[in-house]
Design a protein around this ligand. Structure first.
Ligand code: DX5
Ligand code: ZN
Length: 219
């Protein structure tokens, strides 16, 4: 669905939730190819965002693919519900205490794209055995939990390592501190999906912000 091209995915964490329909309309008008939804439980990460009802509401507002990033402690319990709510890709963290392979299998059986995320401090060897189960690997360039943090270049090393080792069919996504100064390095390191929060929602003109980011990927 998102293969074979570079895609900027707006992370809706910092959008105006009182005007979700208008916000999504503005992003669609800006030509985005998918949306990134950050679900946080206040337990796996020290922040709470939103959950199933918002994902379902967004599903009613758009046909864009929904890339759902679960920053929650017990994703296995909820993956089916997120898929029913409209998630096209479900990404879970390698750092959860439960059996990640079982969770990835559940996402596969539910019919969604299978994503696996890794925080900056987590080493790639933790996920090596899980890679064959993945459609997407999400390399966090900040500690999961909050928008607006500074990009950690450890993500670039991980992207380069993965790009050399996984099949070209596996999507590499980067999330956290991706902006006009960092997006090109991420692309050169092998990412093709770029999650962006502040560098879009901190601007008044989303279309201009997204165009500028895409220009960095072309230049
Ligand atoms: C962080 C989230 C991100 C976040 C990115 O835990 O997964 O998707 O919204 O925001 P920026 O681009 O501001 O770092
Ligand atoms: Zn995210």
């Amino acid at each position: 669905m998102l293969r074979g091209k570079n895609v900027v995915l707006p992370s809706l964490l910092q959008c105006d939730f009182g005007n979700l329909e208008r916000e999504i309309g503005r992003l669609e008008a800006a030509g985005v190819a998918a949306l990134h939804l950050d679900v946080m439980d206040g337990h796996f990460v020290p922040n709470l965002s939103y959950g199933l009802p918002i994902v379902a509401a967004i599903r009613q507002l758009t046909d864009l693919p929904l890339d759902v990033h679960l920053m929650i402690s017990s994703p296995l319990k909820y993956v089916d519900q997120f898929i029913k709510a409209g998630a096209d890709i479900v990404t879970v963290h390698a750092e959860v205490a439960e059996d990640v392979q079982v969770t990835l299998d559940a996402i596969r059986s539910g019919g969604a794209g299978v994503g696996l995320a890794l925080n900056p401090a987590t080493e790639l060897k933790v996920i090596e055995a899980l890679l064959p189960a993945c459609d997407l690997v999400l390399i966090m360039s900040v500690n999961a939990g909050f928008g607006g943090q500074a990009f950690n270049p450890v993500a670039l090393e991980k992207l380069r390592w993965l790009r050399q080792r996984v099949s070209p069919d596996v999507l590499l996504e980067v999330d956290g501190g991706v902006n006009l100064s960092t997006i090109r390095d991420c692309c050169q390191a092998g990412a093709s999906l770029f999650v962006v929060g502040s560098a879009i929602f901190g601007q008044s003109d989303y279309r201009a912000a997204i165009t500028d980011l895409n220009d960095q990927l072309r230049s």
